[in-house]
Design a protein around this ligand. Structure first.
Ligand SMILES: *Cc1c(COP(=O)(O)O)cnc(C)c1O
Length: 431
């Protein structure tokens, strides 16, 4: 596939071919693992051009690596962006997305319905380490974002389909708020993946992922990526790191010099260079293999999840099921609009008992693995109040949809009858 062709092909074709041409050195058809720290320069002039950002190429794997670059191009293509920056984890991607936008004292307005780890990162570490102030709002009313914006607000942050489950954001309406304020909307699209939702098509500026989850898809590699739509004009006076002279590159202005690629090149040349959270080539290799089958896997993940949600709804030990793919979900209409191919495979349900029953449930399942991950081929289960969300206050637990009765599952790719039988056995032991 050439750079000009990929966007005219279907999603499945691009998932396999975008970014991954046969290896120019050997003809290897699968992308090789370029397990090297550094790349030999042709001569001093070439080295100078690379270091001056006048030539695109490889210097050192903290900045760029050929295996990682294939994954960056593939995922940028699938999201409809112009470029991507892979990172060592999803959390590193969140830091790298904000790093060019924010300075000490600047503000971020974020949804309060986020992955528990993101709530901790935003509420505690961002203010302490970087002086970034984060205001959390209920994303169900997009007006809440508008009301929280101040002259120091530099971005809005939401999850398209929120973890731990069932919450879908009105991306278009929140993007309109961001546009009116002259700031980017950043969407964490981890739970949906570009197969189910493409936030850039709905007005997002930046998309972040934990590639650890459905994109790699097999529970074997931690990673992340930031993808830029290429559509935001960084020269509106709010983003000096992108628009003003950069002392680390002889006064180069990223926005003037690189146009729609400014954010992505800054991500490598400044973000990865100075903060250092690069993705390992082996993790990129495993994630590329995962993305090739993303469409097939997500289809089955969603079909299995829907069947499991319907089963749980009818079980006497279950009080409620929060799956946006069920017609009685308050998010069903938003799910139909933003997730037309399925509402994902991660959701929560409530037990009629409380904390103790939640603990018994995760200890009674046999096929499900009790662990802190989602988006594996295997079915996974967790009781957020005793694990991922245990650092939060009772009010924080409620806001995050993780009260003591809540169980979160990530429905895997096993035979759906076996998945349901395992839950049935465990639920029948309760109460
Ligand atoms: C897991 C996750 C993250 C963090 O990603 P890591 O790869 O674990 O650092 C961020 N957002 C969401 C929605 C996640 O599920």
């Amino acid at each position: 596939m050439t750079d000009e062709s990929p966007r005219s092909f279907g999603f499945e074709t691009r998932a396999i071919h975008a970014g991954s041409a046969p290896d120019p050195a050997t003809g290897a058809r699968a992308t090789p693992i370029y397990q090297t720290t550094s790349f030999v320069f042709e001569d001093v002039d070439e080295a100078a051009a690379l270091f001056n950002l006048q030539k695109v190429g490889f210097i050192y794997s903290r900045l760029t690596n050929p295996t990682v670059a294939v994954l960056e191009e593939k995922l940028a293509n699938l999201e409809g962006g112009v470029g991507g920056t892979c990172t060592s984890s999803g959390h590193a991607a969140q830091i790298l997305a904000l790093f060019p936008l924010m300075g000490p004292g600047d503000e971020l307005v974020a949804s309060k319905k986020l992955y528990g780890g993101s709530l901790n990162q935003f509420a505690n570490s961002f203010p302490r380490a970087f002086g970034w102030k984060v205001t959390f709002v209920d994303p169900d009313d997009p007006e809440n974002f508008r009301k929280a914006i101040t002259p120091r607000t530099k971005a809005l942050f939401i999850e398209s389909l929120a973890n731990p489950g069932g919450v879908v954001c009105d991306i278009r309406a929140i993007a309109d708020v961001a546009d009116a304020a002259g700031i980017p909307l950043i969407v964490d699209n981890t739970m949906a993946t570009p197969y189910l939702c493409r936030p850039i098509e709905h007005g997002a500026t930046l998309v972040v992922h934990s590639t650890t989850k459905f994109l790699s898809g097999h529970g074997n590699s931690v990673g992340g990526i930031v993808i830029d739509s290429g559509k935001f004009d960084w020269r509106n006076g709010k983003f000096p790191a992108l628009s003003e002279p950069e002392p680390g590159y002889h006064g180069l202005r990223f926005a003037d010099t690189f146009g729609h690629l400014a954010f992505t090149i800054h991500g490598h040349a400044i973000g990865l260079r100075d903060l250092g959270p690069s993705m390992a080539p082996l993790n990129a290799f495993l994630t590329i293999a995962g993305v090739e089958t993303l469409a097939l896997r997500m289809e089955r993940h969603c079909a299995n999840a829907k069947a499991v949600a319907e089963f749980l709804k009818g079980h006497p030990a279950v009080a409620w099921v929060n799956y946006a793919g069920l017609p009685d979900s308050p998010y069903h209409a938003l799910a139909k609009r933003y997730l037309p191919n399925g509402a994902g495979a991660v959701f929560t349900f409530g037990l009629k008992g409380g904390y103790e029953e939640g603990v018994r449930m995760v200890e009674s399942v046999e096929l499900f693995s009790h662990l802190a991950n989602i988006g594996d081929t295997r079915s996974l289960i967790i009781h957020p109040a005793s694990t991922t969300h245990r650092q939060l206050s009772p009010e924080g637990l409620k806001a995050a949809g993780a009260t003591p009765d809540v169980i979160r599952i990530s429905v895997g790719l096993e035979s759906v009858d076996d998945i349901i039988a395992d839950l049935d056995r465990a639920l029948n032991k309760l109460g």
